[in-house]
Design a protein around this ligand. Structure first.
Ligand code: SAH
Length: 517
């Protein structure tokens, strides 16, 4: 294809205010198909997970007042260049591209260069900040109008293009973007032009993110309140009687785990349930995939067993990964689940049993205690002597289950089908978070997450380990994991009665309940 025939396009996409859930479906669709993505400071980096690995990512942030990496003209030109080179370019902009976002300036340049474009609106930070701070931006009983204003231009001089004199009493709710630096001027102008000094005002920083902070005052007091609280940009100023409704409507900051940074140590493949349950309740999760799961080199033991499935009385699944790798191997060897027809099936817990159901298999046995020992105890309620048991599992795992069964006379085939390896990378980031004291809680969902976490933080000695983890709470999913924590000289603060992810999250919430004793 000649270059002339390839036509690029630039998509200006509103990234929303911060919460990655507030991206539009259209925005997500475009990110998933992008070849180049330009993003800036206010865009939540979590959104970049939608972008294909092959895409080029270009940071063009103009971090508040500091040194500008790129000028607006530079960005405009780069967009046009990439657009004319035939690429699908997404220009991701905080909030909405056309609300104090200079989106139109970028488009003017694209038009000049003959580049096709499309604009996708986003949730602007004003509505998000108000909503996430529990302030309905309009309310029949309070105000029928709202104005969005930039505070950037409010200087002591007379030339401001914002008609503060008319706004002061002309708009019910006034939301000021970029207004922190000039807050003293803005508030005095509003009062000077007739807005009552006792008018309530809220200031919301990093709205809709786990770092959200909001303070409330009045036109007369808010400057001092903001200074004392140390609130810096990015923040929005919301002026108007609706601020009073916050007492009733506030919800985001009231979520039980709000503002608590938690480390989730789990395999990348399995982290999502734990992370989404914690985040749902307000926690700020840092995901570290301390385990990386790999296939083993040699499947001959499993292959042999699969050939002779009819000679087995039981097959036991003690982890989600065992199920995944068992069925992968079944498929790779051109077989299917019918080979399990004559066999009883045991699952270590509810999650494993549910995973089996996804493959059309209903477990015959789920123990009351979701551990290897629990599974062995349940099996031993029947006579296991002479019984043939297949245990496809991790290369390294606890021997309790096979040993208990063998002691009872069973013949157990342990077939290693996957292994856990600690991944490299992001070590330094984790250490830094710990050194800075930013971590509230670390969660462990298996013994190997504990050992791999400790390998990752790489403390020189026990003293340093205790220093790093000083004040950090530890949650362990069950007794085996908890034991591993203790063996490493650490204390378990939270442990659920049932060894499931939802129960662990419930135990964490219980721990942080304000009235918990
Ligand atoms: N186009 C953006 C606004 C860009 S101007 C939008 O539609 O939201 C930058 C200003 O937006 C910041 O100075 C701040 O006042 C506000 N802002 C953006 N994101 C914010 C957030 N998450 N919390 C509070 N204010 C935010």
């Amino acid at each position: 294809m000649s270059e002339k025939n390839i036509k690029g396009k630039v998509y200006l996409v509103g990234a929303g205010p911060g919460d990655p859930g507030l991206l539009t479906l259209r925005g997500k669709y475009l990110l998933q198909r992008a070849e180049v993505v330009f993003y800036d400071y206010l865009v939540n980096k979590k959104l970049l997970k939608h972008v294909p690995d092959t895409a080029e990512l270009i940071y063009v942030g103009k971090k508040g007042g500091g040194l500008h990496a790129y000028t607006q003209e530079g960005i405009n030109q780069m967009l046009a260049e990439y657009g004319t080179s035939g690429k699908r370019v997404v220009r991701l902009k905080g909030g909405d591209p056309f609300i104090f976002g200079r989106g139109a300036e970028e488009i003017q340049e694209l038009v000049k260069e003959g580049v096709d474009f499309e604009v996708v609106p986003g949730v602007t930070s004003a509505t998000a900040a108000a909503t996430y701070a529990g302030i309905p931006i309009t309310h029949r009983g309070y105000t029928t109008s709202v104005a969005f204003v930039t505070g950037h231009e409010a200087t002591g001089k007379q030339e401001s293009t914002v008609a503060w004199d008319k706004l002061a009493t002309g708009a019910g709710t006034i939301v000021v973007y970029m207004g922190i630096k000039n807050l003293p001027i803005i508030t005095s102008k509003l009062m000077e032009h007739g807005r009552a000094p006792e008018t309530p005002v809220a200031v919301v920083r990093w709205a809709s993110t786990p770092n959200q902070r909001s303070v409330v005052g009045t036109l007369a007091t808010i400057t001092d309140v903001v200074r004392e609280a140390g609130i810096a940009p990015p923040a929005l100023v919301i002026v108007g009687e609706v601020v009073n409704l916050r007492d009733t409507v506030d919800w985001f900051e009231k979520r039980p785990l709000f503002g608590k940074r938690m480390v989730v140590t789990r395999t990348r493949e399995q982290a999502s349930e734990l992370v989404s349950l914690l985040e749902e309740n307000g926690a700020d999760c840092l995901e570290y995939s301390t385990i990386h799961i790999e296939p083993v080199d040699d499947y001959s033991l499993l292959d042999n067993a699969m050939q002779n499935m009819s000679s087995y009385d039981w097959i036991l699944f003690t982890s989600l990964n065992a199920i995944t790798y068992f069925f992968k191997r079944l498929e790779a060897t051109s077989q299917d689940s019918r080979i399990l027809a004559g066999c009883c099936i045991g699952a270590v817990g509810r999650a494993t049993a549910d995973e089996l159901l996804k493959h059309g298999i209903r477990a015959d046995l789920i123990p009351e205690k979701f551990t290897g020992a629990g599974l062995a105890e349940s099996l031993l309620a029947d006579d296991m002597s002479e019984k043939h048991v297949l245990l496809p599992r991790a290369e390294k795992a606890m021997e309790t289950l096979p040993e208990m069964l063998e002691d009872a006379g069973a013949a157990v085939t342990v077939a290693p089908i996957y292994r856990n390896v600690p991944p490299q990378g992001r070590k330094d980031e984790l250490r830094e978070e710990l050194v800075d004291g930013n971590i509230e809680l670390v969660t462990f969902t298996s013994s190997s997450t504990v050992t791999n976490f400790l390998t990752m933080i790489d403390a020189a000695n026990e003293q340093e380990l205790h220093q790093l983890l000083d004040g950090v709470k530890i949650a362990a999913i069950g007794p085996v994991t908890a034991e591993t924590v203790r063996k490493n000289g650490l204390t378990v603060d939270i442990q659920p009665d049932n060894y499931t992810i939802p129960d662990m999250v419930a135990a964490i919430m219980d721990y942080y309940r304000p009235d918990a004793t």
